[in-house]
Design a protein around this ligand. Structure first.
Ligand SMILES: [Zn+2]
Length: 374
């Protein structure tokens, strides 16, 4: 008869609490190491899926923001039922996340720069876009216009549109796109961060409309999954198809930024554009702007925004404004002698040579392969 060790079960649980298996490289990794890297694999740099609470904690100053429109809640107009009734699915998601919808919006500061900040929680029905998600994006854009704030959105919508809400879910694509369009016309800055996975209707609307589109490394980004495309067009897809790295190389996104550098980078972006406006208006001298840029580890000379509206529509980030800011950037760069230290991921391809719209003298000691701007 075999011996039984009842304490073994307990021992196994303890081990489970300390170690985890990486879903990308299958390495057994120490959970504390993963936490220290903001939920990234220490072996392969895989960025694990995280909920809205962790995102807010990681990106916002003091891990806090003032939530907007928390009362909005999806109804069940179709009394939809598949394996499970939609009503029950909603209730379960609300209970596990403590939120009423996948979209969570609020006002907070990122490295000192105030913005309207939103995150789509991938743990809430796959982050699928229901009526409330679209409504919140539209309201956030209107709030940002009214209060003259930039809008930052972290997408995590692996599910695309939320089919349980039928056409009401699909019309959110048009609604959120139109609201973001009005925000841009009013001169607002919209920064979107694409995370693994962002697909379907979300990718076809709010997720691809950023003035600056940033992505986490190795994220799956696209409309339909690669397998479906392959089966439809009956051709082999190129290697790395629909990953952040592939889309960077093909000009769809502006930059790949690792999670550990994301807060600083977003803060830098927001400060850079705010100062461009302030320098242009003459409310802040270029030297002052240079001072705060000196405090950043990022190199503003690398900043290129290709998909922004013409400069005259940008309320002061006009090309002649860049002239002053260029001098500021140049000064900051020369004094700091620093360069961007972010986004360098061994697996990621290098960006194409930049068509620089805001140019500054580059320091000669800049190491190769350290930037991924285009
Ligand atoms: Zn890994």
């Amino acid at each position: 008869m075999a011996w039984k060790f009842p304490f073994r079960i307990k021992k196994q649980n303890n081990t489970d609490a300390l170690w985890m298996k990486c879903e990308n490289c299958n390495s057994l990794v120490y959970k504390r190491d993963v936490e220290a890297l903001l939920e990234c694999c220490p072996e392969c740099d895989w960025h694990f899926r995280i909920d809205h609470k962790k995102r807010i904690e990681q990106l916002l100053d003091d891990g806090q923001f003032e939530e907007l429109f928390p009362e909005l809640e999806s109804t069940d107009p179709l009394t939809f039922r598949a394996k499970k009734a939609y009503k029950d699915k909603l209730k379960a998601a609300m209970k596990s996340t403590g939120q009423r919808d996948a979209a969570v919006f609020g006002v907070g500061s990122i490295n000192g720069a105030k913005s309207v900040f939103g995150v789509i929680d991938p743990t809430f029905i796959m982050g699928a876009m229901g009526s409330v998600t679209g409504e919140k994006i539209a309201r956030a854009a209107e709030y940002a216009t009214e209060h003259k704030l930039p809008l930052v959105l972290i997408s995590g919508s692996g599910g695309g549109a939320r089919m349980e809400e039928g056409v009401l879910s699909l019309m959110q694509m048009a609604k959120s796109s139109a609201a973001l369009g009005r925000f841009k016309e009013a001169g607002g800055l919209y920064v979107v961060v694409l995370t693994n996975a962002t697909m379907g209707g979300s990718m076809a609307s709010f997720a691809s409309l950023g003035d600056v589109i940033v992505a986490e490394p190795m994220a799956l980004l696209g409309f339909t999954g690669p397998r479906v495309i392959q089966q439809t067009i009956k051709t082999d897809l190129p290697e790395g198809f629909q990953t952040s790295e592939f889309l960077l190389e093909h000009g769809f996104i502006d930059r790949i930024v690792r999670r550990t550098e994301m807060r600083e980078y977003l803060g830098f972006l927001l400060t850079f554009f705010t100062q461009a406006t302030d320098v242009e208006k003459g409310t802040v001298p270029a030297q002052e702007a240079a001072k705060s840029m000196r405090m950043s580890t990022f190199d503003s000379s690398e900043l290129v925004v290709m998909n922004t509206p013409p400069p005259e529509e940008l309320n002061g980030t006009a090309s002649n404004g860049n002239g002053n800011l260029q001098a500021a950037a140049e000064q900051a760069h020369a004094e700091a002698g620093s360069h961007g230290t972010y986004g360098s991921n061994g697996a990621a391809p290098k960006g194409e040579p930049a068509e620089v719209s805001v140019t500054a003298a580059k320091s000669a000691e800049e190491p190769p392969g350290d930037n991924e701007s285009r």
